[in-house]
Design a protein around this ligand. Sequence first.
Ligand SMILES: *[C@@H]1O[C@H](CO)[C@@H](O)[C@H](O)[C@H]1NC(C)=O
Length: 154
Amino acid sequence: MAPGLMTILLTFITASYVPSIISEPLNYKDCGSDHGKIIQVDVSPCPKQPCPLVRGGTYTVNATFISSVDTTKTTAVVHGILGGVPIPFSIPEPDGCKSGISCPLKTGQTYSYLTKLPIKTIYPCISLVVEWKLEDDENKNIFCWHIPVKISDG
Ligand SMILES: *[C@@H]1O[C@H](CO)[C@@H](O)[C@H](O)[C@H]1NC(C)=O
């Protein structure tokens, strides 16, 4: 093979590997953020997608968003969606105002919602979609995102 072509190929291969080395922002699906706008969602560690979640492990969640309402209360509501069916998922701290957000929220302000997601050992080893909502005073979604995950024993 010509050295020139080899260089081009190597450059191409290297370039195509870069995104998997640098941690990328998580791909999420907006599931109806009627009272806000999602900027970025991070689940850590999540080296690849769907996020591999190990039973017994604890993951950090950082969801950055702009509020489009004034609200005194923010409540996180989490579901695991299995075959289209949402199953309530309990989280240690449902109060968004105790999860990195300084309440009351003001319209147009950017906030980062920070919390922990423990993966209990009793959870089944399955692939599912996590639905994470943050509701305001009127129970409307400030954000709602979906991320696919895979629960396993590592
Ligand atoms: C959360 O994410 C935002 C946006 O990427 C970033 O500015 C902020 O520093 C993060 N917070 C923490 C505690 O990691």
